[in-house]
Ligand binder design. Structure first.
Ligand code: ATP
Ligand code: MG
Length: 311
């Protein structure tokens, strides 16, 4: 097997007293999409900024395609594509001009530049506004351009920091397809997202971080399986009953409430019998229930389990 494209060892970064990245280790092989997940402030963007040479780590080491991000930033920049949370495109140019500029920066030969720009404009449906100044774009149009700019040179390592935030459903599906295509062509992709269903569908491996540390890693399937428990979802008739219902679910039981949906979510460490017991207690207490459901854990459950308890 060939060496991983992205290698991260013991990476650390603090901003004054705030430790943003507290010793991260992971690798990403060619052809693999890694989902880097975590709550707001967990250190995802800081990690991506270090790996894309925009920021220096305090300690640890990272290499991209064998180049060290700290000592060979120029070479690293030539083998990566980045769509960041802060857009890199120029407002005073059109999409077409921006993409041409990126293609030149990556030293794409003139003979293929034009065709590649046209291909991506077509594929990402930028045609309707590609010749207008970026300053006039909507949020989603700008986001799409930003992502396309990261992909233009087909780099071996691609970093996408919340690429689908603000995209309409069609654009989101289009981007998912493109990310899959880039991975199938051999790119190593690091993707952050707050849409866990997206990570579930796209990522081959998932790393969940919290306060700059890895709190869980594995495939989405393994992470869900490791949780090893079903989830009981109960819709109560009256939202005012939720606090009492949560109490009745029992001490030391992991319960979430959602007032807007009049919904109680209980992680069942004790399996279905525990669920029956809870439903009986609600009935005995005279709390009316509209419906209930037992479901397998989702990646949301994995995320909440590994991150919430630490807040
Ligand atoms: N330039 C900075 N100066 C000081 N603190 C910073 C700076 N950038 C980030 N931080 C802090 O570092 C921590 C990690 O931030 P980071 O942006 O990496 O998180 P994130 O996981 O990308 O969050 P989000 O999901 O909100 O994008 C946070 O506590 C943040 O407030
Ligand atoms: Mg971020």
């Amino acid at each position: 097997m060939s060496a991983p494209v992205i290698v991260v060892e013991g990476l650390r970064k603090a901003y004054g007293d705030v430790v943003a990245v507290a010793g991260l280790d992971f690798t990403v092989d060619a052809g693999v999409v890694l989902g880097l997940l975590g709550p707001n402030g967990a250190g995802k963007t800081t990690t991506i900024e270090i790996l894309t040479t925009l920021r220096r780590a305090d300690a640890g080491r990272a290499t991209i395609a064998g180049f060290d991000v700290a000592t060979e930033p120029e070479r690293v920049r030539r083998v990566i594509g980045l769509a960041g949370q802060a857009a890199a495109v120029d407002d005073r140019l059109t999409a077409r001009e921006n993409l041409d500029l990126f293609a030149r920066l990556y030293k794409l030969p003139a003979s293929v530049r034009r065709a590649r720009v046209d291909e991506l404009i077509e594929r990402f449906d930028l045609g309707g506004f590609a010749d207008r100044l970026v300053a006039t774009y909507s949020g989603g149009q700008r986001r799409r351009l930003d992502v396309v700019a990261a992909l233009i040179a087909r780099p071996p390592a691609i970093f996408l920091d919340e690429p689908t935030t603000g995209l309409d459903p069609r654009s989101r599906l289009g981007l998912w397809e493109e990310i899959r295509r880039m991975a199938a062509d051999g790119a190593a992709v690091v993707l952050t997202t707050q849409y866990l269903e997206e990570a579930d569908r796209l990522a081959d491996h998932i790393v969940i971080i919290d306060r700059g540390e890895v709190v869980a890693r594995g495939t989405a399937e393994d992470l869900k399986k490791d949780l090893g428990r079903d989830v009981l979802v109960i819709h109560v008739t009256d939202a005012d009953d939720l606090p009492r219902a949560a109490e009745l679910a029992g001490d030391g039981v992991d319960v979430g409430t959602d007032v807007g949906h009049r919904m109680l979510t209980v992680q069942l460490a004790g399996g279905p019998p525990q669920g029956l017991d809870i439903l009986k207690r609600l009935a005995d207490a005279g709390i009316p229930v509209d419906d209930f459901q037992l479901r397998r854990p989702t990646l949301d459950d994995v995320f909440l389990t590994h991150t919430e308890a630490r807040r």
